[in-house]
Design a protein around this ligand. Structure first.
Ligand code: TYD
Ligand code: MG
Length: 457
């Protein structure tokens, strides 16, 4: 019999190597390689001995007519349904990742209760908390009397046996994948082999029965426990639940979705009684805004199909260091460096003797390049000490040549700004007909905007 081969698997990215090393070659994480046997891994064991069964191929064209939209179960929690693209898809697997303590279990308990209230059979399997603890949370959320079935199990075979009792479930929530283990793999629970094998068994269960499954995964920094990344490619949709420490806002961001859009977000606010939906995020992100101060500019952004207005704050202060500091919260630091370079090279604005701090209000994170213009306006405003008009919004992408490039959905951004009482806007020139409105300023280059804000520097 062949000698079982030893392999080392990175617990952060799943890369396999034959020798141990302090640093993973693939993802660069330190101390993440752990020895895991190959025997009993996926694809071996009894199932590998099974004789082959002939499948049946069907012509793609013969499927037309049979397929409608993916059958979904909507939770009725609008922000969650928005992020999933309309509800949980039957027969599919969804991964909800996020930092520990961000509110994943809270969100899914609320979703489970809402769905059970509509007559669906929902099973909530927790490997982290005892049934009594889950019930305590449910009491706090005011859903303790809902018909959700709770189970505290970690073994996948036991879970399947538990679920098999009674009517076929519509949704199974597994909280979390890191606690699951299957008899088919012989590594310790929480290792890549176990997490993958357990996830695969559950996904197979979903496909064969038509139940939707939700896998909860903690994002881990230390890498001793396999993170959600190792199952991302196996599931149909991946949502990340994010939030800044100290803020109550939570954002559910879609990063992969085989059945819907991937740029949607759901916005929630965490309170004593659980997560509350925020259907108008702009009001929330601008809620803490005071009178216009130098360094603040409002960005009119788009998340998926929805406009989001958010304040960008810059502080430009003389430095006492040889190399000035550049610190960014909520935006890409490489883009900040680019905007600073364009301001220096094309607009004559110097930051070499200044520290630059940039913050997006409310713990929100911007991913759109359209924020360039608002960032540039905030930087120039802070440097010159001149406050921008309080009722003005900014959007537009800046190219390295200092030209301001058009961005999508200009009308939608303007409409949202108008709704929230903003009377002016600075935006790119473009195909949109802005009707000669003198409340709109459409500079061709960043230098034009700098002149407008600061006069001639
Ligand atoms: P939890 O859902 O357990 O996080 P996760 O499953 O992602 O690890 O939520 C943990 C945090 O949320 C905890 O710090 C307490 C807080 N919380 C509230 O503020 N209000 C609530 O109603 C609940 C249930 C939790
Ligand atoms: Mg939890």
């Amino acid at each position: 019999m062949a000698k079982p081969r030893v392999q080392f698997i990175c617990q952060a990215c799943g890369n396999v190597s034959s020798r141990w090393a302090g640093k993973c070659d693939a993802c660069g994480e330190w101390n993440t390689l752990i020895e895991e046997g190959t025997a009993g891994g996926i694809g071996s064991g009894p199932s590998a001995l099974r004789s082959a069964r002939k499948g049946r191929a069907v012509a793609l064209t013969s499927l037309s007519g049979e397929i409608e939209d993916a059958p979904r179960i909507a939770s009725g929690i609008g922000e969650l349904d928005r992020a999933t693209g309309g509800g949980f898809v039957r027969g599919s697997a969804l991964l909800v990742g996020g930092d520990p303590g961000i509110g994943k279990s809270t969100l899914l308990t609320q979703a489970a209760a809402a769905l059970a209230g509509k007559g669906h059979r929902i099973v909530y399997v927790s490997g982290e908390e005892a049934v009594a603890q889950i019930r305590l949370r449910a009491q706090r959320l005011g859903v303790a009397s809902s018909a959700v079935e709770l189970a505290a199990e970690t073994n996948v075979e036991d879970i399947l046996a538990t679920i098999a009792d009674g009517r076929r479930p519509d949704l199974v929530i597994l909280d979390s994948i890191q606690t699951l283990w299957t008899d088919a793999a012989d590594s310790a629970p929480g290792t890549v082999t176990q997490v993958r094998a357990a996830a695969q068994t559950m996904i197979r269960y979903a496909k064969s029965t038509g139940a939707a499954i939700v896998l909860v995964g903690h994002v881990t920094k230390e890498g001793q426990i396999a993170g959600p990344r190792v199952v991302e490619h196996m599931v149909d949709a991946v949502l990340y639940f994010e939030g800044e420490g100290g803020h109550h806002f939570r954002i559910l961001r879609t990063v992969k979705n085989r059945f819907g859009p991937t740029d949607e977000i759901g916005v929630f606010e965490m309170g004593d009684k659980g997560l509350r939906e925020v259907s108008n995020p702009s009001e929330l992100f601008l809620g803490e805004r005071h009178a216009a101060a130098p360094g603040a500019a409002v960005f009119a952004g788009i998340e998926g199909t929805r406009p989001v207005l958010v304040e960008i704050q810059a502080l430009v202060a003389p430095t006492s260091l040889g190399t000035p500091r550049r610190a960014v919260v909520g935006w890409d630091s490489a883009r900040l460096a680019m905007v600073l370079a364009v301001l220096e090279a094309h607009c004559g604005v110097r930051f070499g003797q200044h520290d630059v701090y940039l913050n997006v209000a409310g713990g929100y994170r911007i991913t759109e390049p359209a924020a360039d213009l608002a960032v540039a306006a905030a930087l120039v405003s802070s440097l010159t000490g001149l406050a921008l008009p309080a009722d003005c919004v900014y959007f537009g992408e800046i190219s390295l040549s200092s030209a301001i490039r058009p961005v999508a959905h200009a009308q939608q951004r303007l409409k949202e700004a108008e709704k929230l009482g903003f009377g002016q806007a600075v935006l790119p020139r473009g195909g949109e007909d802005t009707g000669g409105n003198d409340r709109l300023f459409q500079p061709a280059t960043l230098a034009d905007l700098v002149v407008r804000i600061a006069g001639s520097l």
